[in-house]
Write a protein of this length. Structure first.
Length: 323
């Protein structure tokens, strides 16, 4: 299983990955993008930014990169970077299918992406991903499962995914929304010929949204690798937006709010890889300091008190504008 190569990584930042959602397209819903990205977000400018981040991440020991078909041209940017660096053979690549990018490289659009978990979408997007990443693809995930997703019950899709797994590709899923825990447990029950289908799960978990924690622990105990996305809550846990309690702990550690927020997730025993969604090299460097943060019990208790009700968290996230 190629994705298992991550277990061989021994760098201090091996449990931190780089997600390309913020730099594969001009518009996204992270806070402060107008400050973090160039005013003219041309394809070439965003390609350079993505490559700068990939260079910095690799140099600092990051060995997992996460992308998706719907992240604009992120797969293309990553493929270009890999092709230009043939000596980089130890990067593990994950992508996702199930959303189609529809903003046509615009910052403002009526819809930025359209969700469809049908078998036909898998076939189309798998071919598109293969054309770009080829045998460099290690992990392919269903993008943002929810309890009502047909991908949880589509036996024909399950059979095709099992074929991909038999061919050496790791098959996983990601989750979104207030019912993440229900989705995770439903996906754990999916089998093909008596064998569990999914080997990884990627979910939103951070100081403000912890509801998936128990289910992620169950997934870990069932043998799945757990990846954590949106550990910075789309910028809500970074300066200057961070809650007062997080700022207080960050001051005690002498590191940034972002490093502390990521460290809180890293300390979860089930967390296999925690993604940085940095948009600048400086942000990435600050994020990677999370590996050095040692939180005490009082600090953890203070940060744990920040958790919101899932419905309220996701309602606020859903109302965030794309910048």
């Amino acid at each position: 299983m190629p994705f298992a190569r991550l277990a061989e990584a021994t760098t201090p930042t091996a449990h931190l990955g780089l997600g390309l959602a913020a730099v594969g397209r001009p518009g996204y819903l992270n806070l402060d993008r107008e400050r973090d990205l160039p005013a003219e977000r041309s394809v070439q400018a965003m390609r350079r930014r993505a490559h700068d981040l990939l260079d910095a991440a690799y140099a600092q020991g990051v060995r997992y990169v996460d992308t998706a078909r719907s992240y604009g041209r992120a797969e293309e940017f990553l493929a270009d970077w890999l092709r230009e660096r043939p000596d980089v053979t130890d990067v593990v690549v994950g992508s996702k299918w199930g959303y189609t990018y529809t903003a046509d490289w615009a910052t403002e659009a009526e819809r930025h992406e359209v969700k469809d978990h049908a078998l036909a979408t898998y076939e189309r997007q798998r071919a598109e991903t293969d054309a770009l990443l080829g045998d460099r693809l290690d992990l392919y995930q269903i993008h943002s499962l929810t309890p009502d997703s047909p991908a949880l019950t589509d036996k024909d899709l399950h059979a095709r995914l099992a074929e991909a797994a038999a061919g050496g590709l790791t098959v996983g899923f990601s989750t979104s929304g207030p019912a993440q825990a229900d989705t995770i447990r439903a996906a754990l029950a999916v089998t093909v010929d008596g064998e569990p289908l999914f080997r990884t799960v990627q979910s939103t978990y951070n100081a403000l949204e912890t509801s998936a924690g128990p289910a992620l622990r169950e997934a870990h105990e069932a043998g799945l690798t757990v990846l954590v996305k949106e550990a910075m809550a789309n910028g809500r846990l970074a300066d200057p937006h961070a809650p007062a309690a997080l700022k207080a702990v960050a001051e005690e550690t002498t590191l940034g709010c972002d490093a502390v927020a990521l460290a809180l997730v890293l300390r979860q025993p089930w967390a296999g890889v925690v993604l940085s969604g940095a948009a600048t090299v400086g942000q990435l460097g600050s994020n990677l300091h999370a590996a050095a943060v040692d939180l005490d019990d009082d600090q953890v208790a203070l940060l744990t008190s920040l958790a919101e009700e899932p419905a309220a968290y996701w309602e606020r996230r859903g109302g965030m504008p794309w910048h």
